[in-house]
Design a protein around this ligand. Structure first.
Ligand SMILES: *[C@@H]1O[C@H](CO)[C@@H](O)[C@H](O)[C@H]1NC(C)=O
Ligand SMILES: *[C@@H]1O[C@H](CO)[C@@H](O)[C@H](O)[C@H]1NC(C)=O
Ligand SMILES: *[C@@H]1O[C@H](CO)[C@@H](O)[C@H](O)[C@H]1NC(C)=O
Ligand SMILES: *[C@@H]1O[C@H](CO)[C@@H](O)[C@H](O)[C@H]1NC(C)=O
Ligand SMILES: *[C@@H]1O[C@H](CO)[C@@H](O)[C@H](O)[C@H]1NC(C)=O
Ligand SMILES: *[C@@H]1O[C@H](CO)[C@@H](O)[C@H](O)[C@H]1NC(C)=O
Ligand SMILES: CC(=O)N[C@H]1CO[C@H](CO)[C@@H](O)[C@@H]1O
Length: 541
């Protein structure tokens, strides 16, 4: 257990004595309590409480910092807290008191993955010491959009180092600078990755919600393992400017929250054209962003056409597959038409070349944008040299095999060999895979188990939303990986994914919301560790 005791609550100056981390079985006290419980509060709840003066954003920041401090020694979820968070909160409280609301996230604390840069006192490192102390010329577009919507960027969430793009024998959720993130549905749980801290933070209510990033599975997979909604937007809907990259062709930034509506509100706030990311030019309707919040329609499954890619689904009998088929029947009962949407290329031979060569090109571009570059690193080769030589990077115990392979390619992403491979990927993900199946069958979405949904959408840059659905049975045998993290065990959450054509988030959000409202399964199992500081411990002290 985390060493507890006394936690400083900075704004009020009060010291609170904390009794301990609540055992999950007692559950969060909600009914009959004036304050919403932070483990399952929504943006609407927080906005109501802020509007009515029940609590302030300063209270919220204090409560969330208290919660982070209760669990962080044990779980390594948050790498740093924004030293300006209380001051920002106080400013937003003042604006609200004057009747001025900046946007839908006014005064709401959000944690962001530690590869999304902010031009403030916080570091942006992707978990590497090579970037500790580095400075960027201005906020990333994601940070700028969050601030414009009124959000308080509360801190940075730990991640798999370099978004899981360095080593072939590291672990999900480990970074040299942040340590190992642990999942919270079983002791010593593999949190999945690479947005591991973003997942655990939302699951435990260490902020209202979080941003993660995905290249292939890095939002969907940890969202599933932390029992969350995760939206992996179409590549180009959310700008990657000053986000530490893997691949310009696959990287995207999206929300990880406890509800579909909260994810929709956050996506609404961060989506849009950015002159510094050309891929955002592809946003249809001249860049107009649909009303994702209005898309949250509990009746959206009625009359929807849902495609099932029978020929690529696992035929093994497992709790996840049983749950999946149950979920499909539930959608049918809600009025969806269930049709086959087979993929014409069931198992393509994809190559790792795109990510390798993009990383080589794109990481150099990131270093080139820094206004302070502590080790003067400008290329992947120099980054590898640094990593080999810096003991805390734990080389060679955690190797650099991914970079070694990228460097061995010997060309960048303007090469004809790269272009040919990219066209092949677009065929496997497009006509031969997801997009072809959507078009030929005229479906609104394809539904898949979340554990197998990421790959083909990744190579095509297509969107996915995962919604919590089930939990592995209590008698599931415990499996651990070579570094002792539990990779499968009792009560592990799993989700159902909705996939669609490029820029179809509005439709997918509607379907995901209707499915969520019909099921509301996520509270069937609580995390084994829950911080117990609530607004009631803060307000008025
Ligand atoms: C960022 O890193 C520097 C260098 O290690 C450190 O001094 C500073 O406190 C860090 N910032 C925050 C907000 O933790
Ligand atoms: C966007 O693309 C155009 C044309 O290729 C190029 O000139 C421009 O520099 C690009 N802008 C950015 C920000 O990458
Ligand atoms: C889809 O694939 C499944 C499994 O391979 C097969 O049984 C079914 O006939 C196919 N359906 C269509 C419409 O092609
Ligand atoms: C980086 O380059 C600057 C300017 O050339 C130099 O002053 C500094 O010592 C270099 N830092 C390192 C760690 O090599
Ligand atoms: C990781 O791989 C490297 C070689 O690439 C090896 O030296 C190291 O022992 C491996 N670590 C573990 C824990 O197996
Ligand atoms: C890619 O490689 C070519 C050939 O070596 C070089 O001319 C070009 O500047 C490189 N472009 C980037 C973006 O690294
Ligand atoms: C417990 C632990 O290792 N926490 C670490 C989380 O990350 C911060 C920033 O790297 C470290 O200072 C903490 O020690």
């Amino acid at each position: 257990m985390a060493p507890l005791g006394r936690v400083l609550v900075a704004a009020s100056g009060a010291w609170l004595s904390l009794v301990g981390v609540a055992s999950a079985s007692t559950g969060p006290p909600v009914k009959g309590q004036p304050f919403p419980s932070l483990i399952d509060v929504t943006i609407d709840d927080l906005t109501d409480g802020l509007d009515s003066g029940l609590f302030t954003s300063v209270d919220l920041v204090n409560a969330y910092i208290g919660r982070i401090e209760q669990v962080n020694d044990e779980l390594n979820v948050v790498t740093e807290i924004n030293p300006d968070a209380l001051e920002i909160a106080a400013g937003l409280d003042e604006l609200r008191a004057q009747g001025e609301v900046m946007g839908p996230l006014h005064g709401i604390p959000i944690l962001i993955k530690n590869n999304i840069a902010t031009d403030d006192k916080m570091n942006n490192t992707a978990g590497s010491f090579s970037l500790l102390g580095a400075k960027v010329p201005h906020d990333s577009f994601m940070a700028k959009k969050l601030r414009e919507a009124g959000a308080i960027i509360l801190g940075k969430a730990n991640l798999s180092q370099w978004a899981n793009y360095r080593s072939s024998n590291s672990t999900s959720g480990w970074s040299a600078h942040g340590g190992q993130v642990y999942g919270v549905y079983y002791p010593n749980m593999d949190p999945s990755g690479s947005s591991s801290g973003s997942g655990v933070a939302s699951a435990l209510g260490l902020s209202l919600g979080t941003l993660g990033t995905e290249t292939s599975g890095s939002i969907i997979s940890p969202a599933q393992r932390s029992n969350l909604v995760g939206i992996k937007p179409t590549v180009g809907l959310t700008s990657r400017h000053l986000v530490i990259p893997i691949s310009e062709h696959q990287d995207t930034i999206g929300p990880m929250t406890r509800t579909v509506k909260d994810a929709a509100i956050i996506l609404q706030s961060i989506a849009g054209f950015d002159v510094n990311d050309n891929y955002t030019k592809a946003i249809p309707h001249c860049g107009r962003i649909p009303d994702y919040v209005a898309a949250c329609d509990a009746g959206a499954l009625q009359g929807a056409r849902i495609g099932i890619p029978y020929n690529i689904l696992s035929t093994s009998v497992s709790p996840e597959m049983t749950g999946y088929w149950e979920a499909v029947e539930l959608m049918r009962a809600e009025g969806a038409e269930i049709v086959a949407a087979n993929w014409t290329v069931p198992s393509p031979s994809t190559s790792s070349m795109i990510l390798q060569v993009d990383f080589l090109t794109n990481v150099a571009q990131y270093f080139a944008q820094l206004t302070y570059n502590p080790y003067n690193i400008s290329t992947l080769e120099e980054l590898r040299e640094f990593t080999w030589a810096y003991p805390e990077e734990e080389y060679p115990d955690r190797n650099t095999a991914t970079w070694d392979a990228a460097l061995a390619r010997g060309f960048n992403n303007t090469d004809i060999r790269f272009w040919n491979q990219l066209q092949e990927h677009y065929y496997f993900g497009g006509e031969g895979g997801l997009l072809g199946a959507v078009e030929r069958n005229g479906v609104d979405a394809i539904v898949m188990p979340s554990s197998s949904s990421a790959g083909r959408a990744a190579i095509q840059g297509a969107p996915i939303i995962t919604v919590p659905y089930g939990f592995l049975p209590e008698d599931t045998p415990v499996q651990a990986n070579s570094r002792g993290l539990v990779s499968r065990g009792p009560n592990f959450p799993y989700g159902i994914s909705f996939l669609g054509g490029l820029f179809t988030e509005e439709t997918l959000i509607g379907l995901a919301y209707a499915f969520e409202q019909k099921t509301l399964n996520r509270n069937q199992v609580q995390p084994y560790i829950v911080p117990d500081i609530e607004l009631g411990d803060i307000v008025g002290f």
